[in-house]
Ligand binder design. Structure first.
Ligand code: IPE
Ligand code: IPE
Ligand code: MG
Length: 272
């Protein structure tokens, strides 16, 4: 099990181990070009390819992408259908490439609502890539943070009914959450200018550094990712402690200032 940020002080790696992204702004990207919203989603898939490659190149171990929220069914049926087509296309065309590049694919969310073809493509892709270790790519599809906590709680109670008056501990629940295989995200990025979580990883973002950019998702590239990482490296991750405590821990580490991008100060402390 990975360390929980509320039960212990986790590591604060210089390069985020886990980056989680709300890929927002496809529709506005298209609208600005007088194109249908779908064109923005298509370009969004290209930005996903770029993001995967950049994460592999930078040694990021986990990349989690919000592709379709449990609330996105509220969109016009035509847009939902086109998004499903794009998802099916990506599952058929991209997975072999991912496999070749050492990417392990996981899909989280309430998958029962997808048609059976998508469900079986997801199963095949997860099986094919299960042994890969370079990058774990998680796609959140029909995912909602509240759904995640509730499904975890329901499965826990079914497996191990708690004593009538006994509390449920965080450590009891953790293995049932959708992302129990991954450390909590170090860096969250939302493109598209909105400053909200939109029911993404509510539990797992407890101590994640939150980065918002006005860039629209189809424009998100290596440079923008590096800007987010540079910003992350400038944060002091205290996990509830004082700055002095973090400093005291940080001073014990030698050679910390190697490889900093120009103009950034190192504040992301390795915890003692
Ligand atoms: C994000 O882009 C993609 C999905 C939610 C599927 P949007 O489609 O939300 O783009 P905007 O926010 O309308 O620009
Ligand atoms: C969040 O984007 C969901 C995904 C990126 C999949 P939305 O565009 O659906 O978010 P809201 O509705 O503006 O909060
Ligand atoms: Mg949006």
């Amino acid at each position: 099990m990975h360390k929980s940020s509320t039960l212990a002080v986790p590591d604060a790696p210089e390069i985020p181990r886990h980056v989680a992204i709300i890929m927002d702004g496809n529709g506005r990207w298209a609208k600005r070009r007088h194109l249908p919203r779908f064109a923005g989603h298509q370009r969004g898939v290209e930005a996903v390819r770029t993001a995967i490659k950049c994460c592999v190149d930078r040694g990021i171990e986990y990349l989690t992408l919000f592709a379709f929220s449990s609330e996105n069914w509220r969109r016009p049926a035509e847009e939902v259908a086109l998004l499903m087509e794009l998802f099916t296309g990506a599952l058929t065309k991209e997975v072999v490439k991912m496999h070749r590049n050492g990417v392990r694919l996981r899909v989280i969310g309430d998958l029962g609502r997808f048609d059976s073809r998508i469900q079986s493509l997801i199963g095949e892709a997860e099986r094919m890539t299960a042994g890969n270790t370079r990058l774990t790519l998680t796609i959140a599809a029909n995912y909602g943070g509240r759904w995640d906590v509730l499904q975890a709680l329901s499965r826990l109670v079914k497996d191990k009914p708690p004593a009538a008056d006994g509390p449920i501990a965080e450590a009891d629940l953790a293995p049932y959450l959708s992302m129990s295989y991954a450390p909590e995200p170090d860096l969250f990025i939302r493109t598209g200018g909105e400053h909200r979580i939109s029911n993404f990883l509510l539990w797992q973002l407890a101590y994640t550094e939150l980065y918002f950019t006005d860039a629209l998702w189809p424009d998100f590239d290596a440079e923008l990712l590096d800007q987010a990482i540079a910003w992350y490296r400038g944060r002091e991750r205290r996990f509830g402690r004082t700055s002095e405590q973090v400093e005291a821990g940080g001073r014990q580490k030698k050679g910390e200032d190697a490889e900093l991008p120009a103009g950034t100060s190192r504040r992301t402390r390795v915890n003692a």
